[in-house]
Write a protein that binds this ligand. Sequence first.
Ligand SMILES: N[C@H](CCC[C@H](N)C(=O)O)C(=O)O
Length: 360
Amino acid sequence: MDLRTSINLNPLKPYHCRSLTSLKPLQPHHLQLKLFKSNPISTKLTTFISATSMSIEAPPKASNPSFLDQKESGFLRFVKYHGLGNDFILVDNRDSFEPKVTPEQAVKLCDRNFGIGADGVIFAMPGINGTDYSMRIFNSDGSEPEMCGNGVRCFARFIVELENLQGKQSFTVHTGAGLIVPEIQDDGRVRVDMGQPILTASDVPTKLKATKDQAVIKAGLDVEGVTWNVTCVSMGNPHCVTFGTTQSQALQVDNLNLSDLGPKFEHHEVFPARTNTEFVQVFSHSHLKMRVWERGAGATLACGTGACAVVVAAVLEGHSERNCTVDLPGGPLEIEWREEDNHIYMTGPAKVVFYGSVSL
Ligand SMILES: N[C@H](CCC[C@H](N)C(=O)O)C(=O)O
């Protein structure tokens, strides 16, 4: 893999690194860093930099689409985005329903040591059944989830760049979770209609016995001898939300060892499609804090669908109101589970990190 990166990034947050032994290590000469002082399109000046010193400005304005239009044979152009540190490689796939990157290539691209580094790869594809666009995503382990909340905010910003749109914009997006409608707000954040939560146990899916109206609410889940109280919610993708164990009802989420706990939930036999797991601390009836172990991606800095599932579980268990701020390690999301239409609305940022091209 030959990686060429034109960097317009804010200082990268320290990320967890994934070690994948199956990858051939990149040779130093493979990595050609180009620092664009401004918009990568118009810049003639490129400065080759030593890796030790980088003073980098964010681009003065979003790049216009010609960066992505330029076709370098054998190279895939991409834009790196993040939503509260949950980061993605975005690919302009509007000309085809066939992803330009295979799941196996996605694993290599997502690797934080030998690739670009990301929690997933997201494809902007043509619309389906009359929607403006469709979105597909591969997790960093190559699996394909139904939906991604932080990802769809990045997707919306990406579309604005590609189509050179200005101001408030809203699109219809077909996803594995059904119709999703993101809207760019005046302050640049993205508000997303995430649809309705799915609570029927068999649809999450989970084999746990329903505790109320076919839903699994505050049920006991045994994880290596410890019984956790869990509520299971699907946002198109499965979530297991816990506020504590039968021994300790009030979690201190910063004290949890997610690397140890997370996989035990993700691969638990009661979750036939695996699960994302959210560990939640309640600050007040409108303020929650969570950490997440994501299916197919591990501990991430944020999870949009997870934050939605957390508010649903918090309301159902009586911990919170329907309007909440959810603090994630990467920052806060505003979540509203609206009673009138039973839809969940998520509002949060999505930021460009850098533009690049990579040979597959
Ligand atoms: N790993 C998740 C997909 C990404 C969800 C998360 N990044 C979000 O923002 O919703 C899954 O396999 O269901």
